[in-house]
Write a protein that binds this ligand. Structure first.
Ligand code: HEC
Length: 181
């Protein structure tokens, strides 16, 4: 008698698990809504800039020279560029870009506020320099060239270009701004 009683409890305990398998049982996940990867992807809003979709299509700096900068030099872009510049470039080129860091002279980092960089080089060339590096300068976007954690995305490289060409000289003019933020 006692054994039967136990068997009954056992069967009752199993019951809730069975409930989920009944054909009329529903799951919160199955709602009349569009799930990820279902239906046509929503189109990008007009004039939006893809955040991870501008591949490096050029093979070297020469090919990059004529690239058109796809990222407008907005205050946000310049701000992003300034932060990246301080992290990636200032160690060699100096916070003001004037090759005034302690190592600038030793490694031959050039003055980025010079007429050469500000006027003669194309924006594509500067982007290409960041991407592929120079004789001594490291590459920040060359796939498979020992990059990785050091890499800047194509967009980030354009933000740095925007900063170098639109704000670096002005920041250096008032040293206070260069060290602020
Ligand atoms: C490890 C030191 C180092 C770092 C970091 C560095 N550079 Fe350079 N950079 C150099 C040196 C050295 C040169 C001179 C060319 C050469 O030998 O590479 C140079 C040259 C340049 C040039 C001139 C290219 C030309 O055609 O003459 C530009 C523009 C430039 N760097 C921008 C940058 C920017 C922007 C960053 C940050 C993303 C950066 N550099 C980070 C060392 C560095």
């Amino acid at each position: 008698m006692k054994l039967r009683y136990l068997a009954f409890i056992g069967a009752a305990a199993l019951l809730p698990a069975q409930v989920y398998a009944w054909p009329w049982s529903t799951d919160m996940m199955n709602q009349p809504s569009i799930k990820p990867q279902e239906g046509p992807p929503a189109p990008f809003p007009s004039r939006s800039v893809p955040v991870s979709g501008i591949p490096t299509m050029v093979a070297d700096r020469q090919e990059a020279e004529s690239l058109k900068n796809p990222i407008p030099a907005t205050p946000e872009s310049i701000k992003t560029g300034r932060n990246l510049f301080k992290i990636y470039c200032a160690a060699c080129h100096g916070l003001t870009g004037k090759a005034d860091s302690p190592v600038s002279e030793k490694i031959g980092a050039i003055d980025l506020t010079s007429d050469y960089v500000q006027g003669m080089l194309s924006e594509g060339w500067i982007w290409g320099t960041i991407t592929f590096g120079g004789a001594i300068m490291p590459a920040y976007g060359k796939p498979g060239a020992g990059g990785g954690s050091n890499d800047l995305s194509p967009e980030e490289r354009w933000h740095v270009v925007n900063y170098v060409r639109n704000q670096l000289v002005k920041d250096g003019a008032g040293t206070a701004t260069a060290s602020a933020e």
